[in-house]
Design a protein around this ligand. Structure first.
Ligand code: BDP
Length: 696
């Protein structure tokens, strides 16, 4: 197995369940009058055939026990007759219920709209894939977040920024004439999770993507995705009116510029009638934007929003900004720039905010913007691709990290004002809600560059649908669908996954350290980085180690970034006694002999955590070795090889970091701790060959 089938492998269920399942799914009553209905029916036929060895009989009506009836009140007279109260489920929701039809036992998968029925079909299959009973079903599901979107950082030349799974899956060269079958499989995989939008191109975008030639290519993809409920979005380059429109300016208040974007929107909607809208990175890391003309982010976003509004499109305007003036603390910039704009954005604008204020680090406190813009729908941006987390080879399951952010309490409306409630709109009554994940998908056979990285795509999609899902439950589902339903395989693999993110934090950046990776490519340890164009692109800016101590003082005596949080949160983060230890050095500069909660002095605790991270990886290797023969050989071997790389590199992180920080702490290693294998000079001399970084 090469991993191509993802979690939709549909391999035979455990023998003891086959009979029961066959009896419960013996007949399929499902219309196929629309492409989405056909997708649902085909998926059920394909899935059940794989899982049960035989496809159910298609039928117009229920003629025996064990029928599965799929549809909406309008597509299926049977569903209509059952009067299942689907209305409250909304357009994308569905229910799965055990019913009786003229005395025959059946299962109804019912929704208001075809897309809900397709989502329901995937859920039904998941029940079999994960070994659940099919009797007495009473499942009601609808998404808590409206827009659940992948952001591809794919360039038009096939390069994927921060992409570790090969080239882009979009073959722009052959589009629109050749539609790689992979596009439909991509759509199936996303639909199985409820992902309903995709931004095809990099936020560091080229105006070329908005030219007729490329719009036709995007339209061809949109056509493939449409039956699966996935709308296409594009990253829009703010200076496109100049670059491809022949205008002299891209000033958002200029009438010519407005006209140009209105015409461009019209052109796009003629080709892609359900086009989702634009994602925009403006005035950030050198991208053009409204501030080039003395205008605000709101001016820029609103101009594009006005162009899209007549067609029902949305602008996702990114809050990942930091200016070129040297800031006293980069962590403060987005909040400073955006909070004053609250209430100034059009109704069809969402502001897309990364989970933390710096940049997708192994661990960050939640972004202070969450909860601070009650009048502006904020959407979450998580990174699925592991730019700062070991690229494709390190096994790091990200759902615990997503969950940690979503569960964080902003306290903006009293206790319980979690980030999840900002994102699902319930805290501030947002009309629009959304979550974005920076995709980890590429042209590699296994899509994600490693088998375990598929889990991060999976988990992102599941949490976007329901931000309250537990990381552990998602892991268990995924393992059952991807590797095995045997309890003695599921438990150890889920166990490995659940601790893996904490281990990466330990061996890379424990106790709130951050941004200490190699310059530019972001791989491997480089806490010594200093100098260059910007202080906030160095490591020393973030760790601030001296002979006395280490950490970034973000309290009132330092940058006072803590003041951007609601008072109870600010008090907790700002107080050395109360700050969660995982954020200690994020918010505080503390002496090397500071007594941590374990009783160990800070230096000893740091070393302890580095070592603990490496040990965890070693344990994962052990566990995986023990599963030899329980998982197909091809995937087992690749994971084993990657774990070996991870162990080597976790050791590298530990040793290089200890060797470096010891030059400040001047303290010996705690008893029993092995000294770094090499000298600091050695670690400093290492080069990392090539990584798909920013192609700008
Ligand atoms: C950083 C990446 C950079 C992206 C940027 C962004 O290093 O390649 O362009 O984020 O999100 O994490 O815009």
């Amino acid at each position: 197995e090469d991993g191509y089938d993802l979690w939709l492998r549909y391999r035979p269920v455990q023998a003891e369940r086959t009979g029961d399942y066959r009896a419960q799914a013996a007949q399929l009553v499902a219309a196929a009058a629309t492409p989405t209905q056909a997708a649902a029916r085909d998926e059920l036929l394909r899935g059940l055939a794989g899982l049960l060895g035989t496809a159910p009989r298609l039928s117009e009506t229920v003629t025996r026990d064990g029928a599965v009836i799929v549809g909406t009140p309008s597509s299926s007279p049977l569903i209509a007759k059952l009067r299942l109260h689907t209305l409250a489920l909304g357009r994308e929701g569905y229910l799965i219920r055990s019913v009786s039809v003229e005395g025959r036992q059946a299962t109804a998968i019912a929704a208001n709209d075809d897309i809900g029925a397709l989502y329901g079909a995937f859920h039904f299959l998941r029940l079999l894939q994960t070994g659940q009973p099919l009797q007495n079903l009473d499942i009601r599901e609808s998404p808590r977040v409206k827009l659940r979107v992948l952001n591809h950082w794919d360039d038009l030349d096939g390069h994927v920024e921060r992409g570790y799974a090969g080239a882009s899956i979009w073959d722009w060269h052959k589009l629109p004439d050749w539609l790689d079958p992979r596009y439909a499989d991509y759509a199936r995989a996303n639909a199985s999770l409820g992902i309903n939008g995709t931004v095809l191109n990099n936020v560091n975008s080229k105006a070329l993507s908005l030219t007729p030639m490329y719009l036709e290519k995007a339209a061809a993809l949109a056509e493939v995705f449409r039956p699966y409920g996935i709308r296409v979005f594009l990253s829009a380059r703010f200076s496109a009116p100049i670059e491809i429109g022949g205008l002299e300016t891209a000033d958002p208040l200029d009438p010519e510029v407005k006209r140009w974007w209105r015409a461009k929107a019209g052109e796009i909607y003629r080709l892609i009638p359900d086009f989702g809208g634009f994602l925009v990175k403006a005035n950030s890391e050198g991208q053009p934007g409204p501030q080039d003309y003395g205008r605000s982010h709101a001016d820029g976003a609103n101009m594009l929003a006005d162009a899209l509004a007549p067609h029902g499109g949305t602008v996702m305007w990114r809050a990942f900004v930091y200016s070129h003036e040297e800031p006293d603390d980069r962590a403060k910039q987005a909040y400073s720039e955006f909070v004053p704009l609250d209430g100034k954005f059009r109704d069809n604008v969402m502001v897309q905010v990364k989970n933390g204020a710096i940049d997708f680090q192994p661990r960050e406190p939640f972004h202070p913007l969450f909860g601070a813009m009650p009048k502006t729908p904020l959407m979450m941006e998580f990174q699925i691709t592991k730019e700062y987390l070991g690229f494709a080879t390190h096994l790091v399951y990200l759902a615990p990290m997503y969950q940690e952010t979503l569960e964080a309490d902003t306290h903006r409306r009293g206790p319980g004002s979690t980030v999840a409630r900002v994102i699902d709109g319930s805290l501030h009554g947002y009309a629009l809600t959304g979550m974005a994940g920076v995709a980890n998908i590429g042209a590699d056979r296994n899509w994600s560059g490693s088998h375990f990285d598929q889990a991060n795509w999976y988990a992102y999609g599941r949490q976007a649908w329901n931000p309250s899902l537990e990381a552990r439950d998602i892991a268990e589902e995924w393992v059952r669908m991807t590797f095995s339903n045997e309890a003695d395989v599921v438990a150890p693999v889920v166990g490995m996954m659940m601790g893996s993110r904490e281990a990466a934090v330990d061996y890379m950046t424990p106790l709130g350290l951050h941004h200490l990776m190699g310059r530019g490519h972001h791989y491997g340890p480089a806490p010594w980085i200093e100098g260059g164009p910007r202080a906030d692109w160095t490591s020393v800016y973030y760790h601030r180690a001296t002979g006395e101590g280490i950490g970034f003082d973000r309290t009132a005596s330092g940058s006072n970034a803590v003041a951007q949080y609601a008072p109870p949160v600010a008090r907790r983060f700002g107080d050395l006694e109360q700050v969660p230890e995982q954020f200690l050095l994020w918010f505080h500069h503390v002496p090397w002999d500071y007594r941590t909660r374990s009783g160990r002095p800070l230096w000893d605790e740091l070393v302890h955590r580095y070592t603990r991270g490496v040990d965890y990886v070693r344990q994962m290797r052990e566990t995986w070795r023990g599963l030899d023969g329980r998982i197909d050989a091809q995937r087992h071997a690749q994971v084993a090889a990657f774990l070996a790389i991870q162990e080597k590199e976790a050791q590298w992180w530990r040793d290089a970091s200890i060797a470096y920080f010891q030059t400040f702490s001047g303290r010996p290693l705690p008893a029993g701790e092995a000294p770094p294998a090499h000298s600091l000079d050695y670690y400093r001399s290492l080069e990392f060959p090539y990584a798909p970084g920013d192609g700008r």
